[in-house]
Write a protein of this length. Structure first.
Length: 476
């Protein structure tokens, strides 16, 4: 029996045993950390805004931030914080009179965070501390607030949004300070300009101007109204439109999304201004006594502001009924997707109009500007509109039971809250505790979005792996 291996004449090296080389190699790896599922859900939007509102409520409740020196009523603090974080503008107290400058600064901060988009701001802060954002979270953020067709580079996109917003805010501040300084002085004029431009760009509708009616004291200042309207427009159009304007510069090369936003927005602005002018031209309680030029400028201003911001130079409660209906329609549509505006969004409205036209023309697909709109986008638009109408109708029905105001006033208040516009006929402060709570819920739901909540509630459902056979249903 051989005790070991010996090389013999004619042997080859390949016969040399390689037991050591063939033994398995064991590599120890650290345990993989799996991210929590609760942070990869559309509910993150609910958590974010809920936390922001809670912090704002706690701060505004403290006695250091109001002019009375006592603790603010909890409902007042909660209502104001929700309205500011959801960039609505509905208030139960006069912002300039009840809250001191520190309280106004808190409101302004809530507006800035909520207006630019909570998720956008959170992403920007995460970039500062060099944290990584997972792909599921990027998709959630993109779907929730940056409704762009191009997903790439969320981090870069967020920084660009912040940079563009800063430029617009600086330009708007310079213009407003130029008009406010002769009226309020240097220090107060700077504060008024800063607060107004942040509120206007974020389409919040808050102001700290003297008087009970928003910007009534500035009704004849056409330059200031025009500048404020431009700031409101820039905030309501969305960042992606500016990308097309700066890089493409030709309308026929814009993305379908940008073309729909431009055409629909201009149409609504023009139609809203013309109808507002016709309805209120002879109304002595609103713009009737003004000159023709002031009437035209105020009509344009309200057509822009009603869809997004909520600033007003007249007492909405004294407007004609047909004007109230017009403003509700404009508020319900709102601004562009991915902007600071509310409503069901111009993009959604445009897709619904395109769907109606396709049905009338008996076409099996929806198109616009020689581009076909995907069926899932059509379904999303119809779902958003249906949920919005259902929610607004349900809240209005409940408030008819709890409140003593006419139905048109209640419906206007609910639509304004849902669209995060902030226009009011003057009943907000007189609502009951239940009514104010319903408006708070409406503002929150309107800012988060019906579809986002629907996606969050249906997150656990699995996609069906089969489809049933088709069968016709009678329609109409």
């Amino acid at each position: 029996m051989t005790t070991g291996w010996r090389r013999r004449p004619g042997d080859r090296v390949i016969r040399h045993p390689r037991r050591q080389e063939l033994e398995p190699i064991y590599i120890q790896t650290p345990p993989r950390r799996m991210p929590g599922r609760k942070f990869e859900s559309p509910l993150i939007l609910v958590y974010g805004f809920g936390g922001l509102i809670a912090i704002g409520t706690l701060l505004l409740w403290l006695p250091f931030f109001n002019t009375t020196g006592d603790f603010a009523p909890f409902m007042t603090a909660l209502f104001t914080a929700t309205s500011a974080a959801c960039v609505t503008g509905l208030v139960v107290v006069n912002t300039g009179a009840f809250w001191n400058h520190w309280g106004q600064a808190i409101i302004m901060t809530l507006i800035l965070i909520g207006g630019l988009g909570f998720m956008s701001t959170a992403t920007y802060l995460l970039l500062i501390v060099a944290q990584r954002i997972s792909l599921p979270n990027q998709l959630i953020i993109t779907r929730g607030f940056l409704e762009a067709a191009r997903f790439g580079g969320l981090a870069r996109l967020t920084l660009q949004i912040v940079a563009l917003s800063f430029v617009i805010l600086v330009l708007g501040f310079v213009l407003l300070y130029w008009r406010f300084e002769p009226i309020f002085g240097a220090r107060e004029g700077a504060w008024q300009a800063l607060f107004t431009v942040i509120s206007a760009y974020n389409n919040a509708g808050f102001d700290v101007l003297p008087g009970s009616v928003s910007m009534a004291m500035l009704r004849v200042d056409t330059i200031l109204l025009g500048g404020t309207a431009l700031v409101i427009m820039s905030g309501s159009l969305g960042y992606m439109l500016f990308v097309d304007l700066l890089k493409t510069r030709k309308f026929n090369r814009f993305s379908l999304d940008s073309r729909l936003v431009i055409v629909t927005t201009l149409s609504l602005w023009l139609a809203g201004a013309v109808l507002f002018l016709l309805f209120e031209y002879t109304n002595g309680e609103t713009i009737g006594p003004d000159t023709v030029g002031v009437k035209v400028v105020n009509s344009l201003f309200h057509s822009v502001s009603a869809r997004t911001a909520g600033f007003s130079t007249i007492n909405i409660g004294l407007a004609q009924l047909q004007t109230i209906v017009l403003l509700m329609a404009l508020m319900f549509v709102g601004g562009a997707s991915g902007s600071t505006a509310g409503g069901i969004k111009v993009n959604t409205f445009a897709v619904i109009i395109a769907t109606v036209l396709a049905t009338v023309r008996n076409r099996g697909y929806v198109e616009a500007f020689r581009k076909e709109i995907p069926s899932e986008h059509v379904q999303r638009a119809l779902t958003i509109a249906f949920l919005a109408v259902t929610f607004v109708g349900g809240i209005s029905f409940l408030m008819v039971i709890t409140e003593r105001f006419p139905f048109d006033r209640i419906l206007f208040e609910v639509v304004s809250a849902f669209a995060t516009t902030g226009l009011s006929t003057g009943i907000t402060a007189e609502l009951s505790a239940i009514g104010k709570t319903l408006i708070i819920v409406t503002m929150f739901v309107g800012r988060i979005g019906p579809l986002t909540i629907a996606l969050a509630l249906g997150q656990g459902q699995r996609r069906a792996v089969y489809r049933y056979s088709q069968e016709r249903v009678r329609i109409g």
